[in-house]
Design a protein around this ligand. Structure first.
Ligand code: ADP
Ligand code: ZN
Ligand code: ZN
Length: 745
């Protein structure tokens, strides 16, 4: 025992991959009352300084006190993370076998992670004083600008901020200064909120009367707002799920609580945000906050703080918004729950859907998972009575369901992926003033550049993959590592000039259609054509205007958009999902197909969906043709049960990669031996080289663990991690563990 044994020990989470907690001594002059879990401290680490989060205060350390370093500064007077959120992060760190430091620090807005003060920006707001209210603008004949300002301010009792004033009047500042000098206007500093006072004053759109199905769903959820329950809201596209969300949210807000709405890639669906803004009365419980990757660091911090302080009523965000403090949280909604983007695929590989359920359960509040095409996992949870299914089987309003048909393209001559039948229908729909959406799951011009003389084809130098032709016929790009180079003029092997572009991507389909329909506007929507800020919005606005156009696009088109004038949807290649190595491929294909089909005929006009396939007899496709997603998913669940694949078992994938050819395999071999020591009965498959072994110059391999019991898998994974971290072969590789992996590469 040292003489300092009464000294407090700070147990800190620090950024970095090590799965451990770090001990420090308190900064000098700090009282124990200030050292609450959830505050940030700056600490020395090697020769660097790090910002960490205090987890706990202990009275002893396993290290000798003399070895402990002293934290340098306390950064917060109040915890920035509440206990229940810290508890959720601990849970996540244990379940996903990930460093608690990365889980916690990674969840914070960048500016907080860097140690900035957790204070919201303030802004000025100009408001009439009592004397100002008594002044008649008409009396200011010789100062027309001041009179106009006075008149504007009289319409906004809550006052106006600079950005709203900029919209109302040019060069208002000097006139405003005069009004302030006269004592008619006061300046108030207020904390940044996400909605300007002017917008908060706007009248809200009226909610439509719900149809009986929607009403039943709303009633079911409304009776259980005071306890945990997981609902799977299974409603076909256009059945009015969003409308139900809005009305449940209104109830929760009225009760004085906050709502968390998680959606995939909301940057891509500005319509959702728009609808929320128009409908939710922000007077009740503060404005709507927004968190997604498209925001600046300052905007992220402001939104985060508005949530943490309880000033925002609703938070709409992408997966990482799950970790935002919401002290009055009363409901979680996760829209499009089947969507893959809820799973983070690198670093901290968590599933926001699964963690959202954990958060709701810990908070004792309901959670609604919504989808037209629920994941097999969620359907299985309903079957196990872990969650309750609510159905919306019909389209809301007057919209009808689209008709689905297969186009058998065996033995057919295709023009860049388009069959003659499909092209004929495209023309007919355009002639009838409809819009057409063509879906192809591949961007770029052509997926392969090949020499017709010797068979050479353009490959990536760093990956086991073909280069995709882009920019018309100008550039080769690797979709796996991002390498690019100019398209070869001649064959590098045989010098022949006879190079062919094989297959078609969105660019090439666009070219073909432009040649075929010279008077029709063709809008391509994929990651390349929408890179520039605002270009997607511009295209979406053009579609909304309703004139006949052809949309050509990738998955981006399947995500939550409303295209009321689209009457024909064509799927160019439905077959790819039927032959993949990934056991989830057919589930994804079905979901994508119905999601894309759901874009057709959402207004009064019935839609038609044409699916090109080489497998017209495939039973899975026939379920989908009949809109029988339940039949489709049951048949897949049966296959999963027979193969003992998730959701009937649980997987964890250990991945490793290295620039050296054998290093990844060697590490995984040893990992497998190590695992067998810990638990001989454990099923371990592999190690095997990854389906694409070399990517970005690294050789990759994987080892799959399987267990029928989630809890047991977690326990022995936890015992496996420390020896793996210490293995000598681990130093030569980059490795990671992916619990409940969603993609098997
Ligand atoms: P989903 O989220 O299931 O795709 P939405 O809530 O977006 O469905 O509804 C689809 C369309 O139907 C929207 O244009 C919406 O305004 C409209 N709608 C929803 N519910 C009703 C209703 N009860 N009465 C009339 N129109 C409705
Ligand atoms: Zn050649
Ligand atoms: Zn590459």
């Amino acid at each position: 025992m040292s003489t300092f044994d009464s000294e407090l020990i700070l147990r800190m989470a620090l950024p970095g991959p090590l799965r451990r907690i770090f001990d420090y001594l308190p900064p000098s002059g700090c009282t124990s009352a200030q050292l609450q879990p959830g505050v940030r401290l700056r600490v020395p680490f090697g020769r660097r300084k790090l910002v960490g989060v205090l987890l706990d205060v202990a009275d002893h350390s396993e290290l000798a006190l003399q070895k402990l370093r002293r934290a340098e500064a306390l950064l917060d007077s109040q915890p920035i993370l509440p206990q229940e959120l810290l508890a959720l992060m601990h849970w996540a760190s244990r379940y996903y076998q990930h460093s608690i430091g990365e889980v916690i620090l990674g969840s914070l807005p960048t500016l907080l992670r860097q140690g900035q003060a957790a204070r919201a920006k303030t802004e000025s707001c100009w408001q009439l004083s009592p004397a100002g209210w008594k002044t008649d603008p008409g009396s200011l004949k010789r100062a027309p600008k001041q009179a106009a300002l006075l008149q504007i301010l009289q319409q906004y009792p809550a006052g106006l901020d600079a950005s709203s004033l900029n919209q109302q009047q040019l060069n208002w500042r000097s006139s405003m200064a005069r009004l302030v000098l006269k004592g008619w206007v006061t300046i108030r500093k207020r904390e940044f909120t996400l909605t300007s006072p002017a917008e908060a004053d706007k009248p809200k759109a009226v909610a439509p009367a719900l149809n009986p199905h929607q009403q039943a769903v709303l009633d079911a959820i409304s009776t259980g707002l005071d306890h945990y329950q997981c609902y799977l809201l299974n409603g076909i596209t256009g059945s009015g799920k969003t409308e139900v969300y809005l009305q449940v949210i209104q109830k929760v807000l009225t009760a004085g609580r906050q709502v968390l709405v998680l959606a995939p890639e909301i940057g891509l669906t500005p319509q959702l945000m728009q609808r929320f803004r128009e409908r939710l009365s922000q007077q009740i419980n503060g404005p709507i906050a927004l968190l997604h990757s498209g925001l600046s660091d300052q905007a992220r911090l402001d939104n985060w703080l508005a949530c943490a302080a309880g000033r925002a009523g609703v938070l709409i965000g992408t997966r990482s918004a799950l970790f935002t403090p919401l002290p009055k949280l009363g409901l979680i909604i996760l829209d499009e729950e089947h969507d893959l983007s809820f799973k983070q695929q690198d670093s901290f590989r968590y599933n926001a859907r699964d963690l959202a359920i954990v958060r709701a359960r810990k908070a004792g509040i309901p959670i609604i998972l919504g989808s037209a095409t629920p994941s097999l996992e969620s359907l299985h949870n309903v079957a196990q009575q872990r969650s309750q299914m609510l159905l919306l089987p019909e389209r809301a309003g007057n919209a009808q369901r689209p008709q689905l048909h297969l186009l058998d393209i065996r033995h057919q001559k295709l023009e860049q992926g388009l069959s003659a039948q499909l092209l004929t229908r495209v023309r007919q729909h355009l002639d009838d003033k409809g819009q057409v959406l063509l879906f192809i799951n591949r961007r770029g011009y052509a997926p392969v550049l090949m020499c017709h003389e010797c068979g050479w084809h353009a490959r990536c130098l760093r990956c086991d993959a073909h280069m995709t032709v882009h920019h018309g016929q100008q550039q080769l790009r690797c979709h796996h590592c991002g390498s690019q180079r100019p398209v070869n003029r001649g064959c590098p092997d045989c010098n022949s000039g006879n190079l062919h572009f094989m297959g078609a991507g969105t660019e090439r389909v666009e070219d073909t259609l432009t040649a075929r329909f010279p008077h029709i506007r063709i809008l391509r929507i994929d990651r390349d054509s929408t890179r520039r800020k605002g270009s997607l919005d511009q295209k979406l606005a053009e579609i909304q205007r309703g004139a006949p156009v052809i949309l050509v696009g990738t998955q981006m088109l399947a995500k939550g958009h409303h295209f009321p004038n689209v009457t024909l949807v064509g799927m160019l290649d439905a077959d790819y999902g039927l032959f993949s190595a990934d056991f989830r491929a057919s589930e994804r294909m079905g979901q994508l197909l119905l999601q894309v089909a759901g874009r057709a005929g959402r207004a009064e006009r019935a839609g038609e969906v044409l699916i090109q396939t080489h497998q017209p007899d495939n039973p899975l496709l026939h379920f989908l043709l009949r809109h029988d997603y339940p039949g489709f998913s049951q048949s897949l669940l049966k296959e999963r049960a027979e193969a003992q694949l998730p959701p009937y078992s649980h997987l964890a994938l250990l991945r490793a990669e290295s620039p050296e050819a054998e290093a990844a395999m060697q590490f995984l071999q040893q990992a497998k031996q190590q695992a067998a020591l810990i638990q001989p009965q454990l099923l371990a498959f592999g190690p095997l080289p990854a389906p694409m072994e070399r990517r970005a110059g690294r050789f990759r391999a994987q080892l799959l663990f399987q267990h029928h019991q989630r809890g047991e898998l977690q326990q022995w994974l936890a015992r496996l991690m420390p020896p793996l971290e210490n293995m000598k072969s681990a130093r030569k590789v980059r490795w990671s563990i992916d619990v409940d992996p969603m993609e098997m590469y």
